[in-house]
Ligand binder design. Sequence first.
Ligand SMILES: C[C@@]1(C(=O)O)OC[C@H]2O[C@@H](O)[C@H](O)[C@@H](O)[C@H]2O1
Length: 469
Amino acid sequence: MKFPHDFLFGAASASYQIEGAWNEDGKGLTNWDVFSKIPGKTYEGTNGDVAIDHYHRYKEDIKLMAEMGLESYRFSISWARILPTGDGEVNDKGLEFYNNVINECLKYGIVPFVTLYHWDLPFTLEEVGGWTNKRTAEAFVKYAEVCFRAFGDRVKHWITFNETVMFCGLGYLKGAHPPGIQNDENKYFQATHYVFYAHAKAVEVYKEMNHYGEIGITHVFLPAFSVDDRHENVLAARHANEYETFWYYDPILKGEYPSYVVEQLKEKGWTPSWTEEELATLKRNAGKNDFIGLNYYQPIRVEKNNEAVSSMEHSRETSTLAPGNPSFDGFYRTVKMEDKTYTKWGWEISPQGFLDGLHMLKERYGDIKMYVTENGLGDEDPIIEGEIVDVPRIKYIEEHLKVIKRAINEGIHLKGYYAWSVIDLLSWLNGYKKQYGFIYVDQKDNLNRKKKLSFHWYKHIIETRGEEL
Ligand SMILES: C[C@@]1(C(=O)O)OC[C@H]2O[C@@H](O)[C@H](O)[C@@H](O)[C@H]2O1
């Protein structure tokens, strides 16, 4: 049986990780341009100054996507190319670049799926408190409106934010991402609230413009499961799902925060300084969301944590979701289990965990449309006689596509799959240690592109609409 005719087979990227041209054509400084140059922050001091030079090679890259038969390309716009100071004057060269990228996609019949914010914040806004300052939320709405007006005639699929838990959690709890603050729960929850408020306002603006496209938000989807049936561990899994999933999806889809978390924030003094107007904005716009995007890589297996957790020191490695760490509030810890399979970076490989998690979402949020906006294998790809033989990636994606087909048959409203990533790109903290792409980029030879084995495999899957899966 094939995937439905309206199911989109896509792949994804992000501006800071592919574009380079960090200071070209009027682009403003971003938080990542600054943070990545602080000694010790990234592996071997890698940064996005050049990345894979997509800014100058986008035509070659999109042509390769067309050769793969890609139906849709998810990419992000760098806010600082459009509004270099965050909320000041528009930079026409920035508009020009993304108009060119969009038109190049459409030339090949590739559907552009645009993320407005994939972690690269104009530095002028970071300097005044970033997402803990309501000015950033208001600036985002202005930026979103500029993009809707400039590109909305051709872009009909919009994602406001990518993985809020990552840029807020790593920015204010683990300190591994800008602004590099550790263990500040008040700033963390405040930042997430202003992001949700900015999202709701952007949805409201978009719908008022009657572009007849669709808009949503993308979250990390990290379903938590207890390691066993012991009551305290079942409670730990519930706690993890409340803080890592419902805190993120409820304000978007229900227009209110999960009471389980709200009550505990009050007890701990971590309640954001939200206003009635902001909460009313969430409520008023919840029903206008067209979809949610799920970035699924793995589930987490949790147990109650009974050891005291002082303010944790974090490293690049502990900040990348590998199991074995206590939660920020010390309530639970993630566990690596003997009977599970893991990547080289300790991420569990669990298509079944995805299916179980999807049913959890359907139970809580009903029939909301969903896209898998990221899924893929970060690996050190085997190179044999000059060919990139990334069989592990093929197997990983194949197993997840099989489960997605099954989920659709079980009534889950899934309408597309975007592999992370379309092309090898810069990892925020890990440089080029692991690759994710269908297209290889030779860091040792002029960033030359080369089709991997998975490129040809995915081309076949798209052509046959996954009939054999
Ligand atoms: C931490 C990490 C990684 O490098 O493995 O997770 C998977 C993927 O998630 C994306 O949202 C990030 O933009 C991209 O850089 C990747 O980041």
